[in-house]
Write a protein that binds this ligand. Sequence first.
Ligand code: HEC
Ligand code: HEC
Length: 351
Amino acid sequence: MQHRILNYLIAAVFVALIFLTIIFVTAILPATTFQPEATKQGAYVYTLSEAHGREVYKREGCVYCHTQFVRYQDREMGEMVLAGDYVNQTPHLLGTERTGPDLSNVGGKYPDAWHVAHHMQPRAVKPGSLMPSFSYLSERDMKDLVAYLQTLGRERELEARRRGLDGKPEHKEVAGGHSAAPAHDRLTWLEAPQEMRDEWKRVSKNVDTNNSAIANSGRGIYMQNCAVCHGVTGRGNGPISSSMIKKPANLTRPFYRAYTDALYYWRLKEGVAGTRMPRWGRSLSEQQLAYLVAFIKTLPVDPSTPTGQVEVTNYSQLDQPQLMDKNYNEIERLSELHAENPELVPGGGRH
Ligand code: HEC
Ligand code: HEC
């Protein structure tokens, strides 16, 4: 009998020891040894309007449908977030549900007017969207909410740099020559921000983008870097496009003929937020980007792709029923075309 109790006792001690070891290895050890350095990257101070916009975002429950984090496994949604992105974020608005897309990188992706139109009437700019309309917001709430959205992601990074708020004084130079208005204020549908246009002026001095020899050099760079997604012929049907959620742009759409060189340059350099279109400015030189612009311009226009572009450019248009009808019709036509022949309209455009 005595012997049996002793056995139980030993077993109990043994189990407790295993339990404590597990706790030690999985909880106590990491908590004491993992002390990453606080990062300053992305630290950003909100303006009053942006801070109020954040409150509106919280109040309206955007967080129930939208997340604000991109982890390694979500890289399809764009740039991964870094710890510094969350400085000054109390309470955080990470979210857990992705009924709508992740918004970590949405800043700078659309002009302000697009956001307003989208909040007023989501289905006018995104067919089939199940996002509710927020048309009841006061004009101030709307304006501030959009200002807040424009701070998300790279736009915040760029803006912090412009304002010298990222703790890197050397960047103040960048802020110097330009007006204090953030880039997205100056965005129109088909125009690169002023500093990009200035940069392009400098870059394009040495490269004639209408020269066929230059375009030919661009072709080589394109085949190596871009054809996997955009396809050898630029139709957005490269080998890996089939597995992508947001399809690569079909660069043969007549729509793209309206693009200026500077706009192409900007898109290539900064990538397309929220998609897998990389920020090529990180891996290609300015000259290589210019060669690419020259090449893209030589891609043939495919007349079988739709020419229409959905245009909601300002608040007042939303009150014009004929215009909204036109948009709806255009959207319907595009979606029908897409349903009939999915590879005909693979993404592309910024609508
Ligand atoms: C019921 C869920 C739901 C709520 C609530 C919601 N959204 Fe959305 N949102 C969506 C869906 C679905 C989409 C994708 C379709 C579209 O673009 O409309 C979307 C898209 C967006 C986009 C475009 C993202 C992109 O990259 O194209 C923005 C910006 C956005 N929402 C902001 C907001 C804001 C701000 C609020 C709060 C005022 C909000 N949403 C509330 C579901 C929601
Ligand atoms: C990993 C896949 C991938 C690679 C590689 C890639 N792209 Fe893209 N590209 C995309 C996606 C996705 C989009 C976004 C389409 C959209 O907006 O719906 C895009 C969009 C674009 C656009 C249109 C942007 C706009 O304003 O609509 C251009 C121009 C472009 N890419 C050029 C290039 C060039 C040039 C290269 C090579 C240097 C390249 N891409 C490499 C995936 C890729």
